[in-house]
Design a protein around this ligand. Structure first.
Ligand SMILES: [Zn+2]
Ligand SMILES: [Zn+2]
Length: 684
């Protein structure tokens, strides 16, 4: 039995036990051997009638591969009455089923067609029963579904034959055991490696479909699917945590990446490691097929203080790590990279939560993160509880730390974060739901807030009994900004907002007296957390929606160790910075107080700043920005364009310091990547 080629979906509790055990076994095998943890899917509810099974072959392909597929439906005890229809929808943007993203359309504008056998996505149907005529029809795209996960949104559009539903019926009654075989030909797999789900159903079961829709409850793995895998490796992504002491052991993560930022799972062979210092870095590392394109190399040591990078090369690909800063003494803080802002299948994203929490540590080399679905989308308590449980499961202190969070979006967009399952409370925007005609959906598992002020008030109340905080993103209204819970400003994400505008917004809020640290995130809706695709908007344009994603940003946080508590403290102390996605190492302090600090300058001494930068590419500019109580200026601008260096180290004394000042740093690489530090607040 080849588990890679068969996905079996049972549709009724009465289905035979052996099959069920077999499926559980296959799912278990897949979860052990596949590159990621997969929750064991519940069986699909009776959407096809009792006992009906669906297989897709093959169910595992390379990105962009041309392939013919066979979808086999074996009818259960109800058979299929004459002229009754079976429908199949597929896509990745599964809750909306609107197929907005070209890369998810199986190479074409629509996933199926029945008119031209030479053209892509041609579908045929045959039946095991003799002399039966089968009829196939493809629905329209139709308008997008409403913005929230509410009753009937999906069923309504399917009933009206939208979302490119493939409709299948027979001219005579089919019986139990009859098989319908769909041929799906000349299909080009999408570029983006992920699992693409299919939902088969009987039109007569549409009311049940709405109530029992697996996706409403957050259960996707009960559906048949095709997993698209990354292509051949084009480079190695080499990551390590930057701050260590001499002779201290640390780990190095290496992942083979294809041209779309996907993990190149089939990469294998010998990789040579080099570094220009006295070290215990293994000279070679073997990638076997079982490594599936990524490897964590433990117990690496460097024996001398300094700034170093580790180079990996093999099989015609290579990569260089981020900077390592090796100090004689144990560093006071460690430096971790993460992303606190991504969306999922639970809302309007494309990936399941487990895909984010696989990719982030194992491929992108991130240390922490938060999957933060839109609050309004959790259609029922089950989906919210499932989200909380999966967040708990993915948390591995010391390796990868997760937070509980969601995005509250109405006038502005602000993410709320909690440190435990028990303490997380879901607050959603009532107005947004009402505006879209869904005021009836008010399940008791969450708290409604009428506007941003009410949302912040709720959080302030909750804060008395539990730790929590927020990060506002680039769409934030900022009408009611409170730095008591709102510590961090997201200066960069996938949204193409002018760089001056981002910085000006930060400056305006800082000069009002708010103590805001600086972070960046991705706000990724269609790729995974930390995804390495350089230009998603150019590779996968959104057509007439006129919104082009850029690469996601990263949040750097200084903390004593890799735990929720320590990261929370680091964020609360504003010991953070944001980058446009490059793992730039940025150390900025004043009289030994790190970025984020509020300090008093000693009598008759001028503030002295130390700045150390290790880029991922050559640097073009390093700038210190200052607010002197009246105006913003950039008293230090180091132009490095004439030089070829990814390192900068310098110090500066502010001789114009008067009563108080706010200072932050902007670093720009020649390749366009940037980093912004949190401010230092200095007063006399
Ligand atoms: Zn948003
Ligand atoms: Zn968002």
């Amino acid at each position: 039995m080849n588990n890679a080629n068969t996905m079996n979906v049972l549709t009724n509790a009465s289905a035979n036990r052996i099959n069920l055990l077999l499926i559980l076994f296959l799912v278990w095998i897949a979860s052990c051997s596949a590159f990621q943890k997969k929750p064991v899917g519940k069986k699909l509810p009776g959407l096809l009638g009792p006992g009906t099974t669906v297989h897709i072959t093959p169910d595992d392909v390379w990105s962009r591969k041309q392939q013919d597929y066979t979808i086999t439906l074996t009818l259960g005890e109800d058979g299929l009455p004459a002229h009754e229809s079976i429908g199949i929808v597929n896509g990745s943007f599964i809750d909306r089923w609107k197929f907005s993203f070209a890369s998810h359309w199986w190479g074409q504008e629509q996933p199926w067609q029945t008119t031209d056998e030479k053209k892509p996505n041609y579908v045929t149907a045959t039946c095991s029963r003799q002399n039966v005529q089968l009829h196939l029809k493809v629905g329209e795209e139709g308008p997008q579904k409403p913005f929230v996960n509410t009753p009937n949104h999906f069923v309504r559009s399917i009933r009206e034959r939208m979302r490119f539903v493939l409709e299948l019926s027979a001219d005579q009654t089919l019986r139990a055991g009859d098989t319908i075989t769909l041929g799906w030909r000349h299909v080009q797999a999408p570029d983006y490696a992920m699992r693409y789900f299919f939902l088969p159903f009987r039109f007569s079961k549409l009311p049940e479909l709405d109530r029992d829709l697996p996706i409403r409850k957050g259960n996707f793995y009960g559906l048949p699917s095709i997993r698209v895998k990354g292509r051949a490796a084009e480079y190695l992504h080499v990551t390590c945590r930057p701050l260590h002491a001499v002779d201290e052991q640390f780990s190095l993560n290496i992942a083979a990446i294809d041209k779309f930022g996907n993990l190149a799972e089939d990469f294998h062979g010998t990789v040579k490691l080099t570094t220009d210092c006295d070290s215990d870095v293994p000279q070679t590392v073997m990638f076997s097929k079982d490594d599936r394109g990524h490897k964590l190399i433990k117990n690496v040591q460097i024996h001398e203080a300094g700034w170093y990078r580790i180079k990996a090369e093999g099989n015609n690909v290579s990569g260089v790590s981020n900077y390592l800063v090796i100090s004689k003494q144990q560093p006071f803080h460690r430096l971790y990279f993460g992303d606190m802002h991504v969306h999922t299948l639970d809302c309007d994203g494309t990936n399941d939560i487990s895909e984010h929490y696989f990719y982030a540590p194992n491929v992108a080399g991130l240390d922490f993160g938060c999957v933060s679905p839109h609050a309004e989308y959790f259609g029922c308590r089950q989906a919210w509880v499932r989200y909380l449980k999966e967040t708990t499961q993915a948390n591995q202190p010391g390796r990868f730390v997760t937070f509980y969070g969601y995005e509250w979006a109405q006038e502005g967009h602000t993410n709320a974060y909690f440190l435990s399952e028990e303490e997380a409370v879901l607050i959603w925007g009532e107005k947004r739901m009402k505006a879209r005609g869904y005021s009836e959906d008010n399940p008791s598992f969450r708290i409604g807030a009428k506007d941003e002020r009410a949302f912040m008030d709720e959080l302030e109340k909750l804060k008395r009994t539990r730790p929590l905080f927020t990060i506002a993103h680039i769409h934030s209204a900022y009408r009611d900004l409170r730095d008591s819970i709102h510590w961090l400003d997201e200066i960069y994400s996938i949204h193409k907002v002018g760089r001056d505008k981002r910085e000006n917004r930060l400056r305006t809020n800082l000069q009002k007296g708010l103590r805001l640290g600086v972070v960046a995130g991705s706000d990724m809706h269609r790729l995974t957390m930390g995804h390495l695709c350089k230009e998603p908007g150019e590779i996968w344009p959104l057509g007439d929606r006129g919104h082009w994603d850029q690469a996601g940003g990263l949040q750097a946080t200084f903390a004593s160790d890799l735990t929720r508590k320590a990261l929370y403290t680091g964020m609360k102390n504003r010991q953070t910075y944001g980058t446009t996605g490059a793992r730039i190492v940025l150390l900025f302090n004043c009289n030994h107080s790190p970025m984020g600090s509020q300090i008093k300058s000693a009598q008759n001494t001028l503030p002295k700043f130390n700045l150390d930068v290790g880029g991922m590419a050559d640097l073009s500019e390093v700038t210190i920005c200052r607010f002197d109580g009246e105006k913003w200026s950039e008293p230090v601008t180091v132009d490095l364009n004439e030089k070829t260096t990814d390192r900068y180290s310098g110090s500066w004394e502010d001789t114009e310091f008067n009563q108080a000042g706010i200072y932050y740093v902007r670093v720009t690489q020649k390749d366009g990547h940037q980093a912004w530090s949190s401010p230092l607040w200095i007063s006399k």
